[in-house]
Ligand binder design. Structure first.
Ligand code: C5P
Length: 412
């Protein structure tokens, strides 16, 4: 699974503590550590005794965790005599992934009989819990009650997924996808400056079918829009995404409406727009759609042998412009952001679209230059707002472009 939309490089110097408990899923916490380090987060680790049956402290050290503790006393505690208190003093979030039924029970009851449970009891910051266990254990009334107690106390629950278990059972109990856990950890470290705002993001390509199995489309990956959606959600907004076909997997906190065609995207976006504070259209909407051939059944595949001379002419009609439509319907209390990709006259084209489509901000990039545009993890953009402000940004990861776009709202 691609994680580029989660690769926010703006957490340098921030520290979280990762607790790992005894589940077969413990090896996935190494991937969580790797992704956190990618976002420049400093990570300390505590492994319970049973976690060490599945993964070793040296693997965490090799991936950059510091410190790594394995016991309350002796060599596993390191040189720090107050190792049970240090995460509470130094880390901004405590994430336990995977969290076993036993650990949930200890946390719910306030037991402090090993290093991790003691550190958790002494930790007053955000606690994130990603359970993993056999489905019967997850469904057990005692576990349900412990889980509810922890959620009621304010823990962020990253509930387990459905799937096949190592023991052969199938059900709910698999560790949530590591990418979803990562997103929640980054959210715990983010400012909440978009809290109370509702954000709408259109993203990805559209597909315009011309028979039962073929379509016109483009190679948009939806990455820029996904980064904007993620950044807004991490910063406290309610985020609704209208997505054309993409491979991007969003954490459950983001509400996603999947669409295929431009007209479906327009319908979905228009339905959500009245209830939106900040709209952001990044979708690479196909400007044209094929008209069905005369007497063609859209449920049928067109066959070569049915064509008189083997050639086929498609007639294209214009699709609605979603951004323009939202701009026409925009209220004074709403903000609308558009994107544009141009081959020439970047500034004048962007200025024209800003005013024609009634936008508050437009993010423009030149196509055909390296480090920019479609299917690329970075973008080199010029940003114009309705007050006349123009900023030219260097080549940046799309995550960083997204973060800075939301920062610009301060000026509007
Ligand atoms: O006019 P142009 O296609 O360059 O405008 C690009 C902007 O308009 C992008 O924000 C894109 O998401 C949006 N757009 C749209 N509906 C269309 C075409 C473009 O929302 N049919």
């Amino acid at each position: 699974m691609s994680t580029e939309h989660l690769n926010f490089p703006c957490f340098l110097g921030r520290r979280v503590h990762l607790g790992v408990t005894g589940s077969i899923a413990a090896y996935k916490s190494l991937e969580l550590l790797r992704l956190l380090r990618h976002s420049q987060v400093t990570v300390g680790v505590t492994l319970t005794e049973s976690a060490q049956r599945f993964v070793g402290a040296d693997s965490f050290r090799a991936l950059g965790a510091d410190p790594v503790h394995t016991a309350m006393f002796g060599p596993g505690a390191g040189a720090d005599p107050f190792v049970h208190l240090t995460p509470g003093q130094k880390a901004e979030a405590l994430v336990i992934a995977p969290a076993t039924a036993n650990t949930l029970a200890k946390l719910a009851q306030g037991l402090a009989d090993d290093l991790l449970s003691t550190q958790a009891l002494a930790f007053s910051g955000p606690l994130l819990l990603a359970p993993a266990m056999n489905p019967a254990m997850w469904a057990a009334p005692a576990t349900r009650a412990n889980w509810q107690t922890l959620l009621d106390r304010g823990a962020v629950g990253i509930g387990p997924a459905l799937g096949d278990m190592a023991c052969g059972d199938t059900g709910e109990g698999k560790l949530a996808p590591v990418e979803h856990i990562l997103a929640q950890v980054l959210r715990a470290l983010s400012p909440r400056d978009l809290a109370g705002r509702t954000v709408l993001v259109t993203l990805g390509p559209t597909r315009e079918p011309w028979d039962a199995v073929r379509h016109l489309s483009n190679s948009s990956s939806g990455l820029m829009g996904a980064c904007l959606a993620l950044a807004a959600w991490m910063r406290g907004a309610r985020v609704r995404v209208v997505a054309g076909p993409t491979a991007i997997d969003f954490p459950p906190g983001i509400e996603v409406t999947q669409v295929t065609t431009a007209r479906q995207m327009l319908d979905a976006a228009q339905q959500l727009w009245p209830d939106t504070d900040l709209g952001c259209c990044t979708a690479a909407v196909c400007d044209f759609r094929p008209l069905p051939q005369d007497s063609q059944d859209p449920e049928r595949k067109i066959k070569k042998r049915d064509l008189a001379r083997g050639d086929l002419a498609l007639r294209l009609v214009q699709n609605p412009d979603i951004l323009r439509t939202l701009g026409e319907q925009k209220r004074k209390d709403q903000i609308l952001i558009g994107f544009c990709a141009e081959t020439e006259d970047l500034l004048s084209q962007a200025r024209l679209k800003l005013s024609e489509k009634n936008l508050d901000l437009i993010v423009a990039n030149l196509v055909g230059v390296p480090g920019s545009g479609f299917d690329c993890p970075t973008n080199t953009v010029t940003v114009l707002d309705r007050t006349g402000r123009v900023e030219q940004w260097p080549e940046l990861p799309k995550t960083e472009v997204a973060w800075r776009v939301w920062d610009l709202l301060r000026h509007l």
